[in-house]
Design a protein around this ligand. Structure first.
Ligand code: NAD
Length: 243
């Protein structure tokens, strides 16, 4: 039997890297797609026979088109897409300049839009597929200090549900995982006081490990999740259970 092919954006670091490892361990061939070529090479070095690195800027449609053509030529048609790449920087909403607003929206919202548009036709032709978007609990319940990011991630949640409706008849599922604070370079870049306050607010009193988020993504990407679509799963140690 030929192995399934997956594309994981953000696979050079943090949650994306843990997702790559989890999918590869289940026998999937994984395209590690990231802006950071060195980080992608570090990820693939752990299991070069099951992973291949690709450089992409998900906010640029032409770059996404090249990625699809290259991955398809090298590994075959991907039937699993995980949109895990993202970018965030804390700061005041009213002081955020236009360039920042455009960049944060382009990476966190338009990136998943362009990736879904580019990879869906192959899944439709293949007769099925799985898309898992990594949004954020900030997009479910809001978050002060990261307002534009939260808006973009809220957009990813609505995108997930809408695309799920559009492609269900092609046996393609589209689901969304919303991490809470997770131990990655992104979270570690935040102010220490904020990190401590967030950790204290989590019922488990600890932040997530990337592998704990990856496990939820791997479930949605698996055959076992064949009848689940348009769903939003929070992986946040109970932080936002009331949200
Ligand atoms: P990370 O910074 O460790 O990894 C993000 C990866 O995305 C990096 O490898 C980066 O190079 C890549 N990337 C950024 N912009 C890109 C672009 N334009 N094109 C291609 N790749 C790009 O971050 P992480 O914490 O692992 O975050 C993974 C996802 O989880 C993100 O979508 C993030 O918003 C989300 N998230 C993270 C947390 C957290 O606490 N870590 C919480 C909620 C949601």
């Amino acid at each position: 039997m030929t192995a399934k092919v997956a594309v994981v954006t953000g696979g050079a670091s943090g949650i994306g890297r843990a997702i790559v490892h989890s999918l590869a361990a289940s026998g999937v061939l994984v395209a590690v797609a990231d802006l950071d070529a060195d980080g992608a090479a570090e990820t693939t070095a752990t299991s070069p026979d099951r992973m291949r690195g690709y450089t992409v800027d998900i906010s640029e449609p032409e770059s996404v088109r090249r990625l699809r053509a290259d991955v398809t030529a090298d590994l075959g048609t991907p039937t699993i897409l995980v949109n895990a790449a993202g970018w965030d920087r804390m700061g005041s909403f009213v002081d955020a300049d236009e360039e920042f607003a455009r960049k944060i929206t382009a990476v966190n919202y338009l990136g998943p839009v362009f990736m879904c548009q580019e990879f869906l036709p192959g899944m439709i032709t293949a007769g099925g597929g799985r898309i898992v978007n990594v949004a954020s609990d900030a997009g479910r319940v809001g978050s002060s200090g990261e307002t534009i990011y939260a808006g973009a991630k809220g957009g990813v949640i609505a995108l997930t549900k809408s695309v799920a409706r559009e492609v269900a008849r092609s046996e393609i599922t589209v689901n969304c995982v919303c991490p809470g604070p997770t131990d990655t370079p992104l979270f570690q870049s935040f102010d220490p006081k904020l990190k401590a306050a967030l950790t204290k607010a989590i019922p488990f009193r600890r932040i997530a490990q990337p592998e704990e988020v990856a496990a939820a993504v791997a479930f949605f990407a698996s055959d076992a999740a064949s009848y689940i679509t348009g769903q939003v799963l929070s992986v946040s140690g109970g932080l936002t259970m009331a949200g």
